[in-house]
Design a protein around this ligand. Structure first.
Ligand code: TYD
Length: 202
């Protein structure tokens, strides 16, 4: 089973991915928890280029995320799924469609096609969208020393990203579950477990 977590910056995906990993492991499955960008050694280099480097033009940014994804799927995700493991992944194709498509204003369908080619059409079985108002997300980052290149984008960029995620979820209701990320973390975790449980193979 291939599970992805999506949402804006500071929505709590990392916390929820860790909780989900613990719970699924406790049910007796082998879990591979991973993330994009940066789930491989090559990906870690791409991650530092794309998040902490100088200006990256929009199409180059889309290609860098797609390159990270191609290598990650080929060397981590597909091998894990072939072994029968459960993959819990922080961000995937939907992040590119939302951030590079709606955020950077590239053609979202072209961005999707790029990732579809990069991954040889691997789609998640279930995607959990943690939905949070960008102003609340920015409040959560207050007091943190630095923001990365994407986090530092203005609120209207993050508003477009949020709207794009919600539109993706509405278009594919059988793949997506939307959870209000303003809820307490343990309530979010409980809702996620309720949506994952019926889909896990025993
Ligand atoms: P993430 O690792 O979730 O951030 P954090 O370091 O806060 O945990 O994601 C890094 C950033 O990359 C995030 O701002 C979203 C962005 N991103 C894209 O723009 N496109 C993509 O395809 C992906 C996977 C991430």
């Amino acid at each position: 089973m291939f599970l992805t977590l999506e949402g804006g910056d500071s929505a709590g995906k990392t916390t929820q991915a860790a909780a989900l990993e613990g719970w699924i492991t406790g049910l007796g499955h082998t879990v591979v928890r991973t993330r994009e960008p940066g789930g491989t050694a090559l990906g870690a280099e791409i991650r530092s280029l794309v998040l902490h480097g100088d200006h990256v033009s929009a199409r180059a940014e889309a290609l860098l995320y797609a390159a990270d994804r191609a290598h990650h799927v080929a060397t981590v995700v597909r091998p894990a799924l072939e072994r029968g493991d459960v993959v819990v992944q922080d961000r995937y194709i939907d992040s590119s469609v939302a951030y590079q498509g709606a955020g950077r204003v590239l053609d979202p369908e072209e961005v999707r096609r790029l990732s579809t080619w990069a991954t040889d059409s691997l789609l998640p079985d279930l995607t959990i969208l943690l939905d949070l108002d960008p102003a609340a997300a920015r409040g959560r980052r207050e007091g943190r020393a630095t923001e990365d290149r994407l986090e530092a984008e203005p609120d209207h960029f993050h508003d477009r990203v949020r709207a794009a995620f919600l539109a993706l979820a509405a278009a594919e209701p059988e793949r997506f579950v939307v959870v209000d990320a303003a809820l307490p973390a343990d309530e979010i975790a409980a809702r996620i477990r309720r949506s994952v449980e019926p889909r896990l193979e025993r």
